[in-house]
Write a protein that binds this ligand. Sequence first.
Ligand code: TYM
Length: 349
Amino acid sequence: MTLRTETWGLPVRAHQVASLTVTRVLSCIQPTGDVHLGNYLGALRNWVSGQHDKDVFHGIVDLHALTITEQPDVLGDSTLKLAAMLFAIGLDPDVATVFVQSHVTEHSQLGWIMECTVSFGELSRMTQFKDKTAKRVGNFISAGLFTYPALQAADIVLYDANEVPVGDDQRQHVEITRDIAIRFNHRFGDTLVIPEAVTPKAGARVMDLQDPTSKMSKSSDSDAGCIMMLDDPRAILKKFKRAVTDSDSEVYYDVKAKPGVSGLIDILAAATDQDPVTLATHYQQYGPLKNDAGEAVVAMLEPIQARYYELIDDKAELTRLLRVGADRARTVASATIDRVHNAIGLLPA
Ligand code: TYM
């Protein structure tokens, strides 16, 4: 893309050159509840695998979590625990920029501008908004829950992200980000990079073990269907053993006809890097499939859990790492805000 050069003397070109050679990646996670297997297989694992050959930024989006937070003193603690988990899965603070959204004030600044670049109709079509409000009937539904995708668009375009590694459920939010960025560029000239969603081959939609037609989620009715990253091995094996399967006893991969079995195959395929259809041909019965899926997940999570418990003990170091991440994030984010203000033609301060 070509950027405007009449930028009140701002250092636009330096990043423009960098973005031509290195792919910029941005993705985020909310500090609401504990991290689960769906988060890990759908998104977080991809964050780690991309960090050495791409320029990666990963945010803990506490401002997004505010859309459903009504109590004091909860978010700070869950933010720190989530930071420990992100480093425990293998994000290396020397190469990956890990930061907290509220530490980089440019997110809120650009969020407002994105709100003014998206229509009420577009926001009304977001399936996540419809799902979340349906679950909150009778509870407070914040306006932030409705305008949420505008803040998410800001998170992404602030970093000139080319790629956004997410699970399937976030594809629509990346699509609307593209629409907003294209509209902004059309109105004010080429300013924002148009991002693309990247989802994994297996694990893009990890299903609930008790309700295999719904995605695994922190807010599902029972925790028996949701594998938490910090569940102990016995609990994990038990959850797999009790997983709901389908009414007949055949094993084959077909998400529509066999949601229970296909959900298990998907998890085993993602945990062992195999193709789900081929993997299914190795099984005749549900029992061994459940057993193997459980054991593969335990083997995958055990080293992460050990590392997490080491890291969570050193809160001062976690806080320091997040400060370093925020400083790095701010350098990129503030350049984008300047570029955006300049493109719109706001009067310089
Ligand atoms: P969040 O916090 O709900 O989830 C974090 C990531 O986990 C993925 N995920 C899943 N993947 C596969 N199967 C599942 N069952 C499953 N459940 C969750 C999500 O797709 C996501 O990638 N709105 C976002 C956070 C966000 C963001 C951003 C993401 C804010 N700004 C900018 C990317 C870029 C969210 O609520 O994710």
